[in-house]
Design a protein around this ligand. Structure first.
Ligand code: S3P
Length: 431
């Protein structure tokens, strides 16, 4: 499906509440399915990615029910699924579940196949398969890619030094560690999102964590609990960017997740000159959240600090769109990980931005983007939800309409995006 975006004629304004956090929703579904008793999830993200994970937990024997916007999962006893587990487009779903199943005692002696769509089947799985095998797992892949066949068996805990900061790898190993003999310890060279470390103790797990290091005791059972999913900063980032770009805009974003291991996008926008007011609403060990107020302002190009890359890993497409409209050049380096997301986000953003007349040069681990006038035209999402939404936001400040092919992929993380943008005053329509 093609999405047509008109250059904004009026400022964007109003109050906006983002959809539930994708990372936290995946974890709530998986942990709830593993836990004994009932887990209640408030604010679960309605999207094809998170639905795939929930459906996988149901196929594994968890009882899932929904009423009044609350999802209830009764877990604790898994059984072999009748068919393949299809995780669709979701890297988080397939990687975390593979870890969770690899040593699950209820499934010993069985064989489970995890599959995904074309994009997911092209993404690297060796990063979880190798350390899980070192714990004793039996996992077969197609040359390091999905489909993955897991034959659950007894695992041993281990100390693993991750070669790169990755919350998905860390979480897969911790989930495997829950059923392993002995403790599992994971260290990272940089900070990655810590939702798993925050949430597992809420489900009763014994886990210690500090910056870039965590340790989990083996052979633990999780207990059902109540999960409150904060708004997704990665989805809110599109609205935030639109507010910064469209002249005269003023938007209040409410109940946004502000976990400091995820807020790199705010820091990078601020370094570009954005003024974003933050008012925290929750503190402590819960997922931090708060309100943001964003107003239109002049942005300047910056050199993005490499240590900020993992803290804003999903926001680079929209940051590249902002850079296209900023004054001067933005230089991104140390971001080669963007090449193995839902698409090769460096190559794809550079190609699509240049179709709109933006001056870009691609580097093996980043890009240089020089801001200037953006022209209208026809671009493509390459099957990547965040590329589609980033180009839609940039279309608001283009000289003529921007049409985005294959924009239906937005459903992966944010089915309400177009409606939310329209409610703030943007003109977008499906063709
Ligand atoms: C995620 C971790 C990140 C992120 C992804 C969600 C998670 O991936 O890009 O969208 O929920 O753990 P990596 O940990 O592989 O960098």
């Amino acid at each position: 499906m093609r999405l047509k975006v008109q250059p904004a004629r009026v400022p964007l304004s109003g109050e906006y509440r983002p959809p539930g956090d994708k990372s936290v929703s995946h974890r709530a579904a998986i942990f709830g399915g593993l836990a004994e008793g009932e887990t209640e999830i408030h604010g679960f993200l309605e999207s094809s990615d998170t639905r795939a994970t929930l459906a996988a937990m149901a196929s594994l024997g968890a009882q899932v029910s929904e009423s009044g916007g609350v999802i209830r999962i009764r877990g604790g006893r898994l059984n072999a699924p009748a068919g393949d587990l299809d995780l669709g487009n979701s890297g988080t779903g397939i990687r975390l579940l593979t870890g969770a199943l690899a040593g699950h005692p209820d499934l010993f002696g069985g064989s489970i196949r995890l599959v995904g769509d074309e994009s997911l089947s092209a993404r690297p799985m060796g990063r979880i398969i190798e350390p899980l095998k070192a714990m004793g797992a039996d996992i077969e892949s197609v040359d390091g890619h999905a489909p993955l066949t897991v034959r659950p068996r007894q695992l041993r805990g281990m100390v693993y030094e991750q070669p790169m900061a990755s919350a998905q790898v860390k979480s897969a190993l911790l989930l495997a560690g829950l059923n392993a003999e002995g403790a599992t310890e994971v260290t990272e060279p940089g900070i990655s999102r810590d939702h798993t470390e925050r949430m597992l103790p809420v489900f009763g797990a014994r886990l210690a964590h500090g910056e870039c290091r965590c340790r989990l005791d083996g052979q633990q059972r999780l207990q059902g609990t109540v999960c409150r999913v904060p708004g997704d900063l990665s989805s809110a980032a599109f609205v935030l960017a639109a507010g910064l770009l469209v002249a005269g805009s003023s938007i209040r974003l409410t109940e946004v997740g502000l976990n400091p291991t995820r807020d790199g996008v705010l820091r990078i926008c601020e370094s570009m000159g954005a003024e974003i007011e933050r008012s925290p609403t929750t503190r402590g060990n819960e997922e931090p959240a708060g309100h943001l107020h964003v107003r239109f302002g002049k942005l300047v190009g910056v050199d993005v600090e490499p240590e900020w890359v993992p803290l804003a890993i999903d926001e680079f497409p929209v940051l590249m769109a902002l850079a296209a409209s900023a004054e001067g050049t933005t230089r991104i380096r140390g971001a080669e990980e963007l090449r193995v997301k839902e698409s090769d986000r460096l190559a794809v953003m550079c190609a699509e931005l240049s179709k709109l007349g933006v001056c870009v040069s691609e580097h093996p681990d980043g890009a240089d983007i020089t801001g200037g006038p953006v022209r209208g035209g026809r671009v493509d999402s390459h099957g990547d939800h965040r590329i589609a939404m980033s180009l839609a936001v940039l279309g608001l400040v283009a000289g003529a309409p921007v049409e985005i092919d294959n924009a239906e992929w937005i459903r992966t993380s944010y089915p309400g995006f177009v409606d939310d943008m329209r409610a703030l005053g943007a003109e977008m329509e499906w063709l």
